[in-house]
Write a protein that binds this ligand. Structure first.
Ligand code: ADP
Length: 363
């Protein structure tokens, strides 16, 4: 059977375990040898106990757990060719030439890089006598399939990334809780949610919690946002509201690209409106807790499809990500999605807000 390895890399997200489980079970079902790689690329470079063969039961009772039970890490070594050489050796010695990488755009880019230089790595290892020609022949090509695990929904090419829905559940629980105390004391609450480059969490939580105002990175507020914000807040109070909720994405900026922080907003609301104002930064709570039903099922579907895509791979097929498109699991070229994702970041850097919104909207 084919050798497949699955690993999680970069920031963790809820639902990653469900994806790992689906890859392991679909792989075994189709007669493959499936391995876990612990601690992401670091485990691949280190080898040894970090790469272990998985059994059907090794993934029992993990579908409901948050985070990733096989660990995730950021890895400097893998950015250097020597590190990738070690990683290749560890894989080839175990007969692994199919990878399912579960991570964000950085992790997927790393995987693509690895795949592009694979032939050279194999040749070098063979020349150095680190692998046998039989091993080299079995692993002549490296097949890669990516699954996007990220709470931010910051990847172009998929409707939803694994973890986003659970993070939204966490945020809404927090906002709903805060609303009661805000109501009681007629307060304004400013809540910071994750999303350094992507306003999805902020936007969707604002819409579903009836927030007064939202700040996102891709679509800055009007030039004179201070007055606009104060006008909206006081209008709501005059209409009988006892509170205001303002949601701020971590990466919120003004039209000149300068950060808009919770402290700045608090200052303005207090000075101009004399409202009692508090800040709540949700932080890693958003990445915690159990995955939602949606994320579990999404991850199961993506994981199963990833293995099938690896079975279909030919030497000429390009690296792909399995994504969600209108409730269908579809395969899309990995680098095309990464490039589009980087395109949004560039548009924001260039302060071309129309382009940023357009590219993000295409999902
Ligand atoms: P994310 O996958 O969440 O975007 P990072 O950008 O931190 O997270 O990437 C995770 C890991 O992927 C890095 O620590 C590194 O080991 C690997 N990686 C990222 N980009 C590259 C690259 N261009 N070449 C090789 N490895 C990379």
């Amino acid at each position: 059977g084919k050798g497949i390895a699955v690993f999680t890399s970069g920031g963790d997200s809820q639902g990653m375990n469900a994806a790992v489980r689906a890859v392991v079970r679909m792989g075994i079902y189709l007669g493959c040898k499936v391995y876990f790689i612990r601690e992401g690329y670091q485990g691949m470079v280190d080898g040894g106990d970090c790469i272990v063969e998985a059994q059907w039961t090794s993934v029992s009772s993990i579908i409901h757990k948050g985070g990733t039970v096989i660990g995730s890490a950021r890895c400097k070594d893998f950015r250097e060719v020597e590190g990738r050489m070690k990683a290749a050796k560890n894989l080839i010695q175990r007969g692994i030439n199919n990878l399912v990488v579960i991570g964000g755009d950085g992790s997927l880019t790393g995987a693509n890089c690895f795949r592009n230089e694979w032939t050279t790595l194999v040749k070098n290892l063979l020349d150095k006598g680190e692998i046998s020609s039989e091993q080299a022949n079995k692993c002549e090509y490296l097949n890669i399939v990516g699954l996007v695990g990220s709470i931010d929904n910051d990847f172009c090419g998929t409707d939803m990334t694994i973890g986003t829905d659970s993070a939204l559940h966490r945020i809404l629980e927090a906002v709903d809780a805060i609303v009661y105390t805000a109501y009681s004391h007629q307060r304004t609450f400013i809540m910071e949610v994750m999303g350094r480059h992507c306003g999805y969490l902020a936007l969707v939580s604002a819409l579903s919690s009836e927030a007064t105002y939202v700040f996102v990175p891709e679509f800055p507020p009007p030039e004179d946002w201070e007055s606009d914000l104060c006008k909206r807040c006081s209008e709501e109070r005059e209409a009988g509201q006892r509170l205001n909720i303002i949601i701020v994405a971590e990466g919120a900026v003004d039209r000149n690209g300068n950060p808009i922080t919770c402290e700045m907003i608090k200052d303005i609301v207090e000075k101009r409106l004399k409202q009692d104002t508090r800040i709540t930064v949700l932080g890693h709570i958003q990445r915690g807790g159990n995955p939602s039903a949606f994320d579990r099922i999404l991850a199961c579907r993506m994981g199963a499809e990833a293995v099938i895509a690896l079975m279909d791979a030919t030497p000429n097929s390009e690296a792909i990500v399995v994504s969600l498109n209108g409730n269908q699991a579809v395969r899309v070229p990995l680098m095309k999605c990464v490039d589009r994702t980087l395109g949004v970041a560039k548009a924001m850097q260039d302060k071309d807000w129309d382009l940023a919104v357009e590219l993000r909207g295409r999902s």
